[in-house]
Write a protein that binds this ligand. Sequence first.
Ligand code: 5GP
Ligand code: ZN
Length: 140
Amino acid sequence: MSEDCIFCSIVAGDIPGRIVRETNHAVAFLDANPLAPGHTLVVPKQHYGRLNEIPGDEAADLFDAVHDLSAAVEDAVDADAVSIGINDGEAAGQEVPHTHVHLVPRFEGDGGGPFHAINPSSEQPSEDELDEIAEAVRER
Ligand code: 5GP
Ligand code: ZN
């Protein structure tokens, strides 16, 4: 647990959270400032800042909860779809430094965009650049 981490405090029960699921390594609760009804956050119980800091078994448990909750949340608020995402790092918009997965219910015509709206005018890479990037990822 990290002192003065809001999500650690929710996991510990020190501050109230509308918890909707608890597993061995993860807790899910409603977002306090929802982008849509049912906006849910799934967090590891331990304090990890970034996704890649979570050990594999704990990450598997977390994503198992995300998998289950995607249908549960959509159904609970009678939504048509769910946007699922992680702002992984400050430059990606992460504000709470305890990694978390957003499940945002989506409704036909809700006016929200897809993930492509993150950067609609991004320059398209050449075939060579795509090859280079793919190789760099494979190497790692
Ligand atoms: P981020 O920008 O870090 O990806 O998302 C942080 C999310 O945490 C935001 O959607 C914000 O509304 C939510 N949040 C911030 N503080 C609290 C809190 O005290 N309780 C709950 N339930 N959600 C919070
Ligand atoms: Zn924390």
